[in-house]
Design a protein around this ligand. Structure first.
Ligand SMILES: Nc1ncnc2c1ncn2[C@@H]1O[C@H](COP(=O)(O)OP(=O)(O)OP(=O)(O)O)[C@@H](O)[C@H]1O
Ligand SMILES: [Mg+2]
Length: 279
């Protein structure tokens, strides 16, 4: 199983949009994909037109905290063949404060997902716009490990960034957090690279020079997604862009990213206790 955390504490850079469309594109390749709505805002659940899980019943937050145990299938919502979602719930905002009271909180999501290694090929996690415990546990879930003695889990962090100056400072903070986590837990994490989103060359120099800066960044650019009304329209229609506008250039870009990830064409950059990731 491969786990991708789509992360950036900066708001509105396209984490949710990228999670949905990368996941949908991976499922088009015949891979069994699970999307995780790991942001208490619940945007992914909303954008994909899924119902929120019941606050008092079977939901991800309660499962992670050990307050619910039952059939894992009860937590999954089917979107289409090969594509499932772990939805948000109205009590998801209670998860993070309760995580802080736990030791080993960084491993909560990893342990939960490890039980799904035989069910899914890929897991794509939509992270919240913060550097808190939820985000940490999504980042840690991407580390390489073996589960149950035989199945291997690998993963990558994908960082959507907007083509604007404030994204560069946000990136520095995120990379510092990744380094801190790696050192504190003595683990290594792999960053696939930067997914430049909302790119519009008509915005002039700010957009084009920021894109250049990202292309020159040691992490590298994995794909460029253009600022297009169809992305917003697809959200309103509760349909992945991949289905709403399958022939659009952005759909093609997500398909290209999914294909390269599926065939392991993106080596990424290792961050860890012994290796420095450049900010
Ligand atoms: N390439 C794009 N072209 C046009 N609109 C886009 C594009 N990418 C994202 N959007 C729109 O921008 C808004 C923010 O995108 P999205 O919710 O995916 O970002 P986010 O990083 O998940 O935000 P948050 O930090 O709040 O979780 C949404 O309304 C989305 O439809
Ligand atoms: Mg989001």
């Amino acid at each position: 199983m491969r786990i991708y955390a789509v992360a950036n504490q900066k708001g509105g850079v396209g984490k949710t949009t990228s999670t949905i469309n990368l996941g949908r594109a991976l499922s088009e390749l015949g891979r069994r994909v699970l999307l995780v709505d790991f942001d208490p805002q619940g945007h992914l659940t909303e954008a994909i037109g899924a119902p929120a899980a019941p606050a008092e019943g079977a939901n991800l937050a309660r499962a992670l905290l050990g307050q619910w145990s039952g059939e894992l299938g009860d937590l999954l919502h089917k979107v289409s063949d090969n594509l499932f979602v772990l939805c948000t719930s109205d009590d998801m905002f209670l998860l993070e404060p309760q995580m802080y009271a736990r030791t080993g909180r960084e491993q909560l999501l990893s342990r939960f997902l490890d039980a799904l290694t035989d069910v899914f090929d890929d897991v794509v996690i939509d992270c919240p716009p913060s550097l808190g415990a939820i985000n940490d546990s999504a980042l840690v879930a991407t580390r390489r490990r073996t589960t149950g003695g035989h199945s291997e889990v690998t993963g990558k962090i994908i960082i959507p960034v907007g083509a604007e100056d404030s994204s560069i400072r946000a990136l520095r903070l995120l990379l510092r957090q990744v380094r801190t986590l790696c050192e504190a837990l003595n683990i290594e994490l792999n960053i696939a690279g930067l997914l430049v989103n909302l790119y519009d060359a008509r915005r002039g120099k700010v957009a084009t020079t920021t894109l250049e800066a990202f292309k020159n960044h040691p992490l590298g650019v994995v794909e460029v997604i253009h600022d297009r009304a169809k992305v917003r329209d697809s959200w309103r229609e509760r349909t992945p862009l991949m289905d709403y506008a399958p022939d659009s250039e952005n759909a093609e870009a997500f398909r290209n990213l999914a294909r390269r990830l599926a065939v392991n064409e993106i080596p990424g950059t290792t961050a860890g206790a012994t290796t420095a990731v450049t900010a």
